[in-house]
Ligand binder design. Sequence first.
Ligand SMILES: [Zn+2]
Length: 211
Amino acid sequence: MRRSLAVVLVLLLAACGLSRPASLDASGADTFEGDVRTARELTEAFWKQQFSTLGRTYRPVADFVPYSGTSGPSCGGEPSVPNNAFYCPAGHFIAYDQDWMESLWTEMGDGSVYLIIPHEFGHSVQAQLRAGFELNVQAELQADCYAGGTLASLVNAGALRVEPGDEDELFRNLEAAGDPTDDWLNPSAHGTAEQRQQAFTNGVQGGVAAC
Ligand SMILES: [Zn+2]
């Protein structure tokens, strides 16, 4: 599993003829805030184009809310919790604990931001494509797959760049922080780390249409 993504990313790397320094984004954003902004902008631009191809109109999230600890917005009456990022279907917004995400960015590299944000946007896409959106294992794995498809497309387009070693970083992040939203360490509730890595890999290999 681990190796298959590594191979995919190395192939993408080879195809693009890219080699580069540490950060994933091609614009060279090297700050946490810069990576968050880039990840959001690239992901929404990607989905806008995908929807357009299908003759549909992508609806951007209504808000994108950083918070600290327990100060986050509630969603449908549920308070937000520390160390989390989530999509709220009731308000069609994404919120994230910026202290937590910045600590991941610092400790694990910018891949954390480029996984978590596309994953949460994946949920916002699910909410637009199907009625009765709810979170479950299937939705989580599809969001992981969407994240893989989004990243692969952005790499192909030259907006993001990967280098040897990035695949390990991405997998570590997927394992540790892919989606803590709903106690994802509980394997029965949200899929095992292996399932999530496989879902992500499926997206990398087949694009979001394969999700
Ligand atoms: Zn999720």
